[in-house]
Design a protein around this ligand. Structure first.
Ligand code: HH2
Length: 254
C-alpha cells in the first residue's frame, strides 16, 4: 500500500503533494513501482495535528480520486469522517481506512451499503494528544481487545466480518516499547482479520536508528520485512519500489 498524502502538514512529505496534480503524479509513480493499493489521505493524523473541515478534506481528496481512477489499483481513502467516506465510496474507493476505527457517529452507516474493505485501526485518545505519555497494563491484550470489539461492533451494524482489516496503529498513542511489542504480537493480532501495518519512516524507526525522517528507508524496510514475516497482509509505505524489492527477495529465499 503506497501512501499519497494530499495534506500540507503530513509528517514526512507535507506540502509536496498539496496540489492534486502532483499527488496524482506521485500516485502514478507508486503504481509503476509496484503498489497494489494507494492510500489517499486529506487530513494529517500526525501527533499534534489540527483537524480539517469536511469540505476542506473533500476538496483535497476528490480531484485526486478522479485522477487515479484509471491506474488499475485499489484505492483506499484515509478518513475519519462519515461524509467523506460516503463521497469516497461514490467515487470508487475500494477501501476506507479509518484511524478512528469507525467510532465517529454515523461511520458504520456511511459504509454499510457498499462492499468496500474497511481498515479498523487502534488509537489511544486522539491525534492531538495521543503521544502524551501513553500507558497500558498490557498493550498487546488491550489492542487486541479493542480490535476484537470493533469487529463485534461492525457485525452488530450489519457489516460482514470479511470486509474488515485490522491495524495495531503504530505510533498512535504508543511508546517505542509498545510499538515493538505490537510488531512481535502480529501473529496473534492477525488472527482477528488480515492485518495492515504502517511503520514507514515513523518515529519508532528514528528512535531505533537515530536517523531523521529523510534517512529512515533502511530501518523502514527492516520493519516491513518483520511485519510481513509476522503475518501482515498489507504494509503501508512511502517507499514502494524499495519495499517491493526487499519483499521479493525475502519471499524468493524463504
Ligand atoms: N499511519 C498514518 C496515517 N494513516 N492508517 C493506517 N491504517 N495505519 C497507520 O499506521 C497510519 C494510517 C500516519 O502516517 P502518514 O500518512 O505518513 O502521515 P500523516 O498522518 O501525517 O498523513
Amino acid at each position: 500500500m503506497g501512501i499519497v498524502n494530499v495534506t500540507p502538514d503530513s509528517f514526512s512529505d507535507g506540502g509536496r503533494f498539496i496540489e492534486s496534480r502532483s499527488a496524482i503524479a506521485h500516485a502514478r509513480r507508486l503504481v509503476e513501482e509496484g503498489a497494489d493499493i494507494l492510500d489517499i489521505g486529506g487530513e494529517s493524523t500526525r501527533p499534534g495535528a489540527q483537524p480539517v473541515s469536511e469540505q476542506e478534506e473533500m476538496d483535497r481528496l476528490m480531484p485526486v480520486l478522479e485522477g487515479v481512477r484509471g491506474l488499475g489499483v485499489a484505492v483506499s481513502v484515509d478518513t475519519m469522517k462519515p461524509a467523506v467516506m460516503r463521497v469516497a465510496i461514490e467515487a470508487g474507493a475500494a477501501m476506507i481506512n479509518d484511524v478512528y476505527a469507525f467510532r465517529t457517529p454515523g461511520a458504520w452507516a456511511a459504509v454499510r451499503d457498499s462492499d468496500c474493505a474497511l481498515c479498523v485501526m487502534h488509537m489511544l485518545g486522539e491525534p492531538r494528544t495521543m503521544q502524551e505519555a501513553p500507558r497500558y497494563d498490557d498493550v498487546v491484550a488491550e489492542v487486541e481487545a479493542f480490535l476484537a470489539g470493533r469487529i463485534v461492533a461492525a457485525e452488530a451494524n450489519g457489516i460482514a466480518r470479511s470486509r474488515l482489516l485490522v491495524d495495531p496503529g503504530f505510533g498512535f498513542g504508543k511508546t517505542l516499547n509498545h510499538n515493538i511489542a505490537l510488531i512481535r504480537a502480529l501473529p496473534r493480532l492477525a488472527r482477528l482479520a488480515p492485518a495492515v501495518v504502517g511503520v514507514s519512516r515513523k518515529r519508532m524507526i528514528g528512535a531505533l536508528t537515530g536517523r531523521d525522517i529523510a534517512d529512515r528507508l533502511a530501518g523502514s524496510l527492516a520493519a516491513a520485512i518483520r511485519a510481513v514475516e509476522n503475518g501482515a497482509a498489507v504494509v503501508r509505505v512511502h517507499d514502494v519500489a524499495a519495499t517491493v524489492d526487499v519483499l521479493k527477495v525475502w519471499e524468493a529465499t524463504k
